[in-house]
Design a protein around this ligand. Structure first.
Ligand code: SF4
Length: 455
């Protein structure tokens, strides 16, 4: 389903759309307040962007440096060219330890690789331990946001879900009760787990260590209790040195949730005695994206979600309407790189207002890249017949001032005399959800000429 159709479905529940829009805008405002409190915020963004550009230009050497240092720390490092390889590596580690119960903390990479269904098909229980992730897992849905995975669910919906799956009592959506129940449920899963899987927020080349940020402490709890810790990271997650963490951690927490610091920023360096730590470094299309001059900066992304919170399209269409692991503006750049035809509608799901680029902590030129994809898509992906005709007609009208003038006058005349029921009918998808302003008699040119005469 194209993005617009899926968004129309989400829009059927107007109250929910309004609430979703407001909730995300609230996070955007929190982000603004925190960003304004930091002196030199723009400088931090510049540093982060330059550091990421440096990493991407020297990715080969940074990756090798990271691997060498991680191995020195006693960590077992694996390389996966794609999602299939990644899943097989995870499975082989689990098999070696006869691990049947896994706790996982939030990792968009494992979502991208569809790790959960793969492990479940191999008789392994995987429990997502981030509360939002657990909610969508129980609902058998993908996350709708990269930081707030269950932002599309109301507390009443969570209440029903918990009653059905966790046997809780009806609470009318009492967040405190629901959180306590989730905590009880998850605690027993942590205690039974044979292995823990986490994502990686930042991998530090000069130490071989990596940082995982959570607000619930679930990554730490899982990794410290289980005998085996598997960390899955995309190969762009590197930063050169430990001292650079200060820049990225400042930017990440404030941009993601408007907090001055994420509650838990845990630095993992080596396994505890008697335990095993693995890191899987995954490509899965990243090298190809790196080779695309116009889109390589999308690999700067630190997955803060700020571009989603600010995007007027995302806020009113919901994350699931993107039908992609990473939704929103950055997802609309990454997904066409994986499957241009399937995701060809996504770069058009933008007003190109540039708000996403303005808030991006690593200064990705998101709206410019979306515009670039549009230019590629109209050449490479067959477009609907009507759209082609309309665009051709619009092109010839806009290219000739006299034709433009004539069409403008006739359209104004027609609009004045066309019944509203036709303008706002279902045939006119544009007018279906919009009211036209009153049509004035003169165009700008006529108005200007008259004004000059009268002066
Ligand atoms: S593109 Fe920028 S704003 Fe969007 S998630 Fe990535 S880092 Fe955050």
């Amino acid at each position: 389903m194209a993005h617009a159709e899926a968004a129309a479905k989400f829009n059927e529940n107007e109250a929910k759309v309004n609430w979703h829009d407001k909730a995300l805008w609230f996070v955007r405002q929190k982000r603004d307040k925190q960003a304004h409190k930091v002196q030199g915020w723009e400088q931090l963004r510049d540093y982060a962007s330059a550091l990421k550009a440096n990493v991407l230009s020297n990715l080969d050497s940074y990756l090798v440096q990271f691997e060498e240092n991680a191995k020195k720390n006693g960590v077992i490092v694996h390389w996966a060219a794609n999602a299939e390889e990644h899943n097989k590596i995870v499975h082989s580690i689990l098999q070696k330890h006869n691990a049947k119960k896994i706790v996982k903390s939030k990792s968009m990479l494992t979502e991208e690789c569809h790790l959960n269904p793969f492990l479940e098909a191999n008789d392994i229980e995987v429990i997502d331990t981030d509360l939002g992730e657990r909610i969508v897992q129980l609902a058998q849905e993908p996350p709708s946001h990269i930081v707030l995975p269950a932002i599309h669910k109301t507390k009443e919906e969570v209440d029903e879900l918990f009653q059905e799956h966790l046997g809780t009592k009806p609470s009318g959506g009492n967040p405190e009760y629901l959180t306590r129940e989730a905590r009880k449920h998850l605690r027993s899963k942590f205690l039974q787990a044979d292995a823990a899987i986490t994502g990686v927020n930042f991998a530090v080349a000069d130490t071989g260590g990596f940082v995982v940020c959570t607000n619930e402490g679930n990554a730490d709890m899982g990794a410290h209790l289980a005998k085996v810790h598997i960390a899955c990271m995309g190969m762009e997650k590197l930063i050169p040195q430990e001292k650079h963490l200060g820049i990225f951690l400042r930017l990440l927490a404030r941009s993601a949730t408007g907090q001055p610091i994420t509650t838990y920023s845990s630095y993992f360096n080596k396994p505890e005695e008697g335990k095993e730590m693995h890191i899987i470094i995954v490509d899965n299309g990243r090298t190809e994206q790196l080779s695309r001059e116009d889109f390589r900066r999308s690999l700067h992304c630190i997955r803060c979600g700020a571009c989603m919170n600010t995007c007027p399209i995302y806020r009113r269409s919901g994350g699931h309407s993107y039908d992609a692991t990473i939704p929103g503006p950055i997802g609309s750049i990454l997904s066409p790189g994986k499957d241009l035809t399937k995701h060809s509608s996504l770069p058009f799901a933008s007003t190109l207002c540039g708000s996403c680029s303005d808030v991006c902590p690593v200064k990705i030129n998101i709206h410019e890249q979306l515009y670039k994809w549009r230019q590629i898509i109209v050449k490479e992906v067959p477009q609907p017949f009507v759209k082609k005709i309309v665009m051709k007609a619009a092109g010839s009208v806009l290219a000739k001032p006299k034709t433009y003038d004539f069409v403008g006058k006739s359209t104004r005349f027609m609009l004045k005399h066309t019944p509203k029921s036709l303008i706002n009918s279902k045939i006119n998808t544009w007018g279906h959800a919009r009211d036209l302003p009153e049509v004035k008699g003169d165009n700008f040119e006529d108005w200007y000429k008259k004004r000059q005469k009268n002066e």
